[in-house]
Write a protein that binds this ligand. Sequence first.
Ligand code: PEP
Ligand code: MG
Length: 847
Amino acid sequence: MQKLIEIEPFTEITPTAPISREMHGGRAKCLQRLIRLDMPVPKTVALSFATIRAIATGQLPDIKGILDLFDDNALLSVRPSSLVSDWGGPGAILNIGMTTRRHAEISNLLGPDAADALYRRFVTSYAVDVSRLDPELFHAEDSLRDLQDAYMAETDEPFPEDPERQLAEVLRSMSKAWESTTARLLRQAKGAPADAGLGLVVQQMALGVGPAESGSGVIQFVDPNTGTLQIKGRYLSQSQGRDALQRAEGALFLTKDPRGPSLEEREPAIFAELCAHGETCRTRLREEMSIEFTVQAGALRVLDAVRVQRTSRADVAIAVALAEDQIISKDEAVMRIEPTALNELLHRQVHPDARRDVLMRGIAASPGAATGRIVFSSRAAQQSAAREEPCILVRRETLPEDVRGMHAASGVLTMRGGMTSHAAVIARGLGVPCVVGAIGIKLDRREKTLTTEDGRTLREGDMITLDGSRGEALAGEVELYEPAINGAFQTLLGWADTVRDIGIRANADTPAEARTAQMFNAGGIGLCRTEHMFFDEERLIVMREMIFADKAEDRSAVLDRLLPMQRADFITLFDIMRGQPVCIRLLDPPLHEFLPTGREALRELAEALDLPIATVTSRVEALAEFNPMLGMRGVRLGISIPEIYEMQARAIFEATVESHRSGAPTAPEIMIPLVSVKREVEMVKTRIDAVAAAVRTETGADFDYKVGVMVETPRAALRADDIASQSAFLSFGTNDLTQMAYGLSRDDASRFMNAYVNQGVFSEDPFHRLDIVGVGELLKIGAERGRTSRPDIVLSICGEHAGDPDSIAFCRAVGFDYVSCSPYRVPVARLAAARLAIADRTNDALV
Ligand code: PEP
Ligand code: MG
């Protein structure tokens, strides 16, 4: 015999009954709140998670006791009540208790049509959902006799006449449905724990059918897509449950509408009562609710209210409106919005109702959506932009020379690469939707075709839609949503800024990015990668001349031509940033990145430089490195060819002098990349100081500046005390630091990253989420040791992790001064930082 476990008693929901969300689920708790607010909720009983678990093991609560609580002859409904409504659950079953006798009574009272409709609905859902019979055989439109006959034919017994048995079977089937593998997987995908429980509510039915005005409907007071105040919903006479939403035909609009009759006109008193309940929900439950209601012979019953399902943009608008109306505090509004939800407001999005024909999947590297025609080269992207035709640039991977093509494209799709690959980093900076690592697809550059995993071939010029938020490419032109970065968005972030206690800067290399940083109220630029300033076609050729210069004086002559260009860049940047801090990183990548590959391109370069192709080829070969990421780059370049950094320092200082003249003086921060020993810093800093002195003398102007170090090698973190003695600031470049701590390449890791994450070797891609226990340890050590030798040293992080809320929490806990992320991640970072400060304050208040 099965061992009996104690079954919790069922609980009638009254204002004072011991109902909790943790024991009975969200719906039961919400119904109690509605009852406390004096809403006309029919009598309801809650069955706890423990009760339903016991039912799943074969036991039953006191069914007769439950039935005795309700009016004689009442019909009942049973609905699920899980901890989080999003976790799903079995569908509602209505009209339990319907029997031949009851049918006759209702027929006398409300007419045979009404009685039949109720019974047919019950037989149908009982047959399909409780007895698990073939849904093809049961349709609520069939006659009652046919339905009963079909039930008999399938089960060899008449439709059950005993309300106790009916209710018991409904409860059993619902507890079983909750335990099914599919239901479990679905809710776990939505974040439910493996042992999530189901509660149920048994409610007396308000019938919604009968001679006087009867029906059912759903009403809410906001638009679920935008969050603006607007009455939405339907009402259908002679109906039950959510029929009004499912059967538009014959349904009434709620408010007056030129398209047809409305509840407001037909039943003004009921409409007014509903509006009053909506307002009560808003002010007392402090939430926008969707109310499910029934009208029974002219009397309103509120059956249920659930939080309005909404898009992120509506969520922001609703939280801000509630705070502006002083229903919730500003802090609470900030706490209600998940930071990453802002991504949906910052970029175009695929419309939630759009049909998605997925062509390929990859890593969601830069959020937002774009539609355009496929192009396979940067040149084609630029030509397309010149014709004002949106395009999606498809490449195996992007190279630095693709930056202009990426600028021109509406979206970027690559077969290779991970979250910190070139394509991903640049696309995020530009705010261009991007999917990388779409490894399943084949690219034939010669034929200009793309073959998807399921064998579909796409050609240049074919229209696709890229969804960088989900990491998918969709066939054709799909309906998109525009960004929503005004109004509520700005208000919410303004509130966030008043509470946060860590600085947020942006990584910005171009004037456009700097303007985006300003638009999102970044506290300055935390990383300006100067190499991106050399990829402009005109500059690239000068850069290449510099690389090909054999003698120091030739090199110096070319650098003299680059100087005014760089100076102009910084003047523009300082001008846009109007005196806010700007941290400029000296040239970082290996020089070969500025050189072309492929015979055709080499020939073109030879022509442009007026050199024999053999010379060009051998120079390119000489610069090639087996592992350029660990090669002649960063400060190593600065030590080996000091003139480059000197030119950059001069351009920065001359632009600084200019900023003083323009009335928004800048105190630039100059950052040395890829440092591993103190002597590197000393040597470069000495030269920078000398250039500053020279510019001061030449111009007669005085200015401030700082020199600091980018901590990107494990050794720099370990020797941060040494290095800090020469640096005003340390900025942790966690992209390279992750690469070097793990010994894996940023650009190639995608080959095995999926397998690693799927098999749980890495819990997450460490280029995506900061590896707090490993790389984070290096950050902690670096910060502590840096502070030991220089207590006032400014600490920050500027790798891609800086925009991630968990990394921000870590940096804040370690006492960093600021984080610096892609401009489009600045709003997310501002909100995440504010929420951390509020959560700390709340916890402190509780202690
Ligand atoms: C880093 O390494 O973290 C960084 C910000 O620099 P980059 O991505 O340019 O190498
Ligand atoms: Mg780096």
